[in-house]
Design a binder for this molecule. Structure first.
Ligand SMILES: C[S@@+](CC[C@H](N)C(=O)[O-])C[C@H]1O[C@@H](n2cnc3c(N)ncnc32)[C@H](O)[C@@H]1O
Length: 304
């Protein structure tokens, strides 16, 4: 993934969270600050562009000639929205549990436009937050934060990194991260853009640099997502678009082997949610079009 493209995927995810926070109820994940990261001009342009996407993603719905507002809602609810909302909720639910068990550091790998540190100023005394991402994505974020008029939280540390070029141990070594403190890591929307080797190296680094009992949550694609006969139509569309952009999705994992894979890295797989589990936990009973996305799984692992 190039840095330029990476910043774009971060913006797409944040825009979907912003849309959900300002339009939908009940909330799956309430990122009430995300909206302010975009200018009114970007809102106007993105709403129009995303609404137009309906004719490619769901031509049968586009054939009903919805107005722009409805087309936009369908594109978010059937596309980018459920990719980001469930996993962000999963991460922050896990963190909340960790906080009551003594977690004092939250490390967000591939943070993109995550607003946690700005949203949760109530935790400034209790929790140190580390955001790791490409330098260019962090620059883009800093500039949006400045435009939004937010001040930099005292407990937030930006750590620029390229996971394919520098180890997590080395990157965190340049920051005030304390390996002796109980930590919580999240790694959302990144694993499938990296090779299996880089994913495992990074997870191994977490196991080596975090205190026992520290946890990591991440989302991953199953191996079926990469088998054309087994991949859903939506997954094939996503992969086609990613490949056209020169950013192929690279790695998937067999859910049934993940526990053994992580065990070799000194991590215990505490939870491994399939799309059906995610649907039951976060999407069941809604009257809109949000549903868990096929092939996307959530994992939570503990450092031994
Ligand atoms: C799809 S976005 C997800 C952002 C955020 N976690 C979210 O859920 O909204 C992927 C993020 O990972 C970052 N990323 C991708 N590859 C990376 C790499 N090799 N090194 C550092 N960051 C990377 C991108 O810059 C981007 O912010």
């Amino acid at each position: 993934m190039t840095e330029k493209q990476a910043g774009q995927t971060a913006m797409i995810m944040a825009y979907a969270r912003a849309y959900h926070a300002t339009h939908d109820s009940p909330k799956i994940f309430d990122d009430f600050l995300a909206d302010a990261l975009f200018t009114p001009e970007e809102h106007m342009q993105t709403d129009r562009d995303w609404a137009n996407l309906l004719q490619y993603s769901h031509p049968e719905l586009a054939a009903t000639h919805p107005d722009q507002e409805t087309a936009l809602a369908w594109v978010v609810q059937l596309g980018s929205g459920p990719i980001t909302l469930g996993r962000s909720r999963y991460a922050e639910d896990g963190l909340a549990q960790g906080l009551s068990n003594g977690v004092s550091q939250y490390i967000i790998l591939g943070a993109g436009l995550d607003t946690f540190a700005y949203r949760r100023s109530d935790l400034v005394e209790q929790l140190r937050v580390f955001e790791l991402d490409y330098p260019a994505t962090q620059e883009m974020k800093r500039s949006r934060v400045a435009t939004a008029g937010w001040s930099h939280p005292a407990n937030l540390h930006f750590v620029p990194v390229d996971f394919t070029r520098e180890s997590l141990v080395a990157a965190l070594g340049r920051s005030p991260y304390d390996p002796d403190q109980l930590s919580f890591f999240s790694w959302l929307g990144v694993s499938f853009y990296l090779s299996r080797e880089v994913v495992f190296d990074t997870l191994r680094d977490i196991a080596s640099i975090a205190a026992p009992g520290s946890k990591i949550v991440f989302d991953y694609l199953d191996a079926d997502a990469f088998i054309p006969e087994k991949a859903s139509k939506y997954m094939q569309q996503m992969q086609w678009i990613a490949a056209q952009l020169g950013e192929p999705m690279k790695a998937g994992f067999e859910p049934q082997f993940l526990a053994a894979d992580l065990d070799c890295l000194n991590l215990y797989l505490e939870e491994n949610l399939a799309p059906s589990d995610i649907e039951a936990r976060y999407y069941q009973g809604r009257s809109d079009r949000y549903h868990a996305v096929e092939h996307f799984h959530f994992a939570k692992a503990v450092v031994r």
